[in-house]
Each structure stands twice: as structure tokens, then as C-alpha cells.
Design a protein around this ligand. Structure first.
Ligand code: PLP
Length: 388
């Protein structure tokens, strides 16, 4: 009998060791892990470079209050701003804290310029921005909000891809439009570059801030540091988490100076956010991802993976409906519920995870090797061949 709350549908399997793309059970079984903590272990399990950085920091200082300077965090923020649209960074501990803080920053910005009524956030219906009270209502999903009322007000919605609906939903109270650049939980739905550019144009025209949630699709996953970089669009606020910590909990909100100015001392805080242990690991992750050719390799390997998956789809059109995604954020959409398919992959020692719309989500580490992708393809082909 477990003493844990039953809020997860857990698979009856556990691991005692992880190395790179693989996980091992205590009976010595080896699994190819293409979940990687849902896009968290960006550099694989127990990455030696990250382990060394963490151990080094463990011997120096673990935690210091944000009432003091934290040089490791100053360094990470500087590096994040140097390579991206952002000019300022506010550290948190998780994705949802980052999205919630992004909402706060957007509202506070308009408050600070005297537009106190401009405080509503426009989001995509059934998107995913985390599980706090505010963010479940931002997602607008019945499944996530059921039983958690009263409703948190301040969020409006439009449907994915519905440009006309989006325009209609904008009012003079709209402070920000917040979307995931690629909808992860929602079924690996990529927002087209053209649509992102239109969003930017509308935001400019109507004095609205653009928040792009890159918690799942950011930090190199699509072959660029941020997924929105493919479109050349510049957002105002970007929440990140998952991959930046490589397995250590980190969240952050990146923003322009214009927005950052409104976050004065006392306006927001987090006891653990920007902790020296987390910041040291974050810097080590960037050492690897910022290496020359690292992201080119992600692009090259993911193109190969996507091409091969499309070949499998063409061979099994009654089973596979669509191959979705960008880079190493991949979805195999089936024509029917995916649970049995995921179980069959697992029986063949390949770990994947579900997303909405019958999608099997595949999230290898960014430093995955070609022979590991080939191994996964072999298993996927076998499962397709034998699927009844
Ligand atoms: C796009 C997006 N935003 C926010 C979150 C919430 O992150 P966390 O689970 O770390 O709170 C997630 C988590 O999957 C996510 O995919």
C-alpha cells in the first residue's frame, strides 16, 4: 500500500540507475528512455558534466537567500540574455511558477503604466501552462479545472489555429496573449511561424504583451535555443523550465527591460528560486547547449528521425494518422487511443509518453546518438508490424 496521494496514473516500473538515453531496473533490464522526465533531462541521465558541476557547488554553498547577491545566478541570467531576445531574468523552481510569474509580470506592467483595467490574459483553449489555480484556468480545460472552483477570473480563450476567433476575443482589457509555441500536453501541435508573426503584429497594434511559453519546447529542443526563433518573432515574456535544469528543478521568466521595470523589489519572490545549486547546473547545461554545432546536430538527427517516422506512417496509414512536432519534440498521432501502443513499446524496452489527441510523445535527450534513434525506430516498426 502506497502512502502517496493517488494523483498520478503511475506505471508499475521503477529504476535504480540512469545513464544517457537509458534507464535500468533493479533486475538489470535496460530501457531506452525517450521520455527523459518529459523533456527535463536535456542532456540525458546522470550527465557526467552536469554531475561534476553539481558536486563542485555542493562543496561550496547550497543555498543563500535572495536577499543577497548570488553570483551563479547573475552569470546564468547574463548568459541567457546575451543569446536571446531577453534583457532580464527572474528565477523560479518549476514551469508553472514561471508561467504564473509571467502572468503576474504582464498584469503588473499595465498597472505600472496606469492601465489597471488592462489585466486579462488571452490563451488557447485546452492548452497547458501548469497546475496552479491561475494556470489551470489559463488553460481553460474542463478536465483540469473540474472540482477546483471558484473559477479564477481574468482569462479568455480562442481555439488553436482560429485567427478570426483570436481577433474577436481581444478587447481593450487584454493585457497579454499567452501561448505555448508548440503545444506539448495538447498533442505536439506546432503553432505555424506565420501565425506567430500575426500574433506579434496584433500585439504591437493593440498594445498587448506576447508571452510564449517555452517550458517544454525551449532550450534547444527544436534545434534552436527557443522554438519561436524559427519564426524570427520576438516575444515580450518567456517562461522556461524543464531542459534548462537538465534534471535539477529550475524555472525562469525571461523578459524585456520594458516589462522588467515594473517588477520592483517586493513585487515577486521565491525562497528557492535562483538557488546556487540550481544555477550551477543551469550554467553547466548552457556550457553544453551553447557549444558550436550542438544545435545543428539536434536539427540533423531530428530531421532523420522525423523522415524515418514518416516512412513508417506511410507504411501503416491505418495505424498512424500523423507525425507531428519539430526537432526532438515529436508526436506519433494514432487513429485511436494510444495506451496499448505505448504499452507495447514499453514491453519492447522503449519508453514514451502520451499527449492529447491520441498522440505518443517522444522526447529523447538532445545529445541522443544516431544508433539510439535507430534502435527506437526498430522497436516502433516491430510494434507497428505486430499491432492488432
Ligand atoms: C508548456 C508548459 N508550461 C508549463 C508547464 C508546467 O511545468 P511544471 O510541471 O514544471 O510546473 C508544463 C509542464 O509540462 C508545460 O509543458
Amino acid at each position: 500500500m502506497t502512502s502517496l496521494v493517488n494523483n498520478y496514473n503511475r506505471r508499475k516500473i521503477s529504476f535504480i540507475k540512469g545513464r544517457g538515453s537509458f534507464l535500468y531496473t533493479n533486475s538489470g533490464k535496460q530501457y531506452l528512455d525517450f521520455v527523459q522526465g518529459i523533456a527535463v533531462n536535456s542532456l540525458g541521465h546522470s550527465n557526467p558534466y552536469l554531475s561534476r558541476a553539481l558536486k563542485k557547488q555542493v562543496g561550496k554553498v547550497w543555498h543563500v537567500s535572495n536577499s543577497f547577491l548570488i553570483p551563479e545566478g547573475e552569470k546564468l541570467a547574463k548568459r541567457l540574455t546575451k543569446k536571446t531576445f531577453a534583457q532580464r531574468v527572474m528565477f523560479q523552481n518549476s514551469g508553472v511558477e514561471a508561467t504564473e510569474a509571467a502572468i503576474k509580470a504582464a498584469r503588473r506592467y499595465f498597472y505600472s503604466i496606469g492601465k489597471v483595467k488592462k489585466n486579462r490574459i488571452l490563451c488557447i483553449k485546452n492548452s497547458f501552462h501548469g497546475r496552479t489555480l491561475a494556470t489551470i484556468y489559463a488553460s481553460g480545460s474542463k478536465k483540469m479545472t473540474e472540482g477546483f472552483g471558484p473559477k479564477i477570473d481574468g482569462f479568455d480563450h480562442f481555439k488553436f489555429g482560429d485567427y478570426k476567433g483570436l481577433k474577436k476575443s481581444i478587447t481593450n482589457k487584454t493585457a497579454a496573449i499567452m501561448v505555448e509555441t508548440i503545444m506539448g500536453e495538447g498533442g505536439i501541435k506546432v503553432i505555424p511561424d506565420r501565425f506567430l508573426r500575426d500574433l506579434r503584429k496584433i500585439c504591437n497594434k493593440k498594445n498587448i504583451l506576447l508571452i510564449l511559453d517555452e517550458v517544454q519546447c525551449g532550450i534547444g529542443r527544436t534545434g534552436k535555443f527557443f522554438a519561436f526563433e524559427h519564426s524570427k518573432v520576438k516575444p515580450d515574456i518567456v517562461p522556461i523550465a524543464k531542459g534548462i535544469g537538465g534534471g535539477f528543478p529550475i524555472g525562469a521568466v525571461l523578459m524585456t527591460n520594458k516589462v522588467a521595470k515594473c517588477m520592483s523589489p517586493g513585487s515577486h519572490g521565491s525562497t528557492f528560486g535562483g538557488n546556487p545549486l540550481a544555477m550551477s547546473v543551469g550554467n553547466a547545461v548552457l556550457d553544453q547547449i551553447y557549444k558550436k554545432n550542438f544545435l545543428n546536430k539536434v536539427t540533423k538527427l531530428s530531421n532523420y528521425f522525423l523522415d524515418e517516422l514518416n516512412n513508417i506512417k506511410n507504411k501503416y496509414p491505418k495505424l498512424i494518422k500523423d507525425i507531428r512536432g519539430k526537432g526532438l519534440l515529436i508526436g506519433i498521432q494514432l487513429h485511436f487511443n494510444q495506451t496499448k501502443f505505448i504499452k507495447s513499446l514499453e514491453k519492447n524496452y522503449l519508453l514514451t509518453i502520451r499527449a492529447a489527441e491520441n498522440v505518443v510523445r517522444i522526447l529523447p535527450p538532445l545529445n541522443v546518438k544516431k544508433n539510439e534513434i535507430d534502435f527506437a525506430l526498430k522497436i516502433i516498426k516491430k510494434v507497428c508490424r505486430e499491432y492488432k
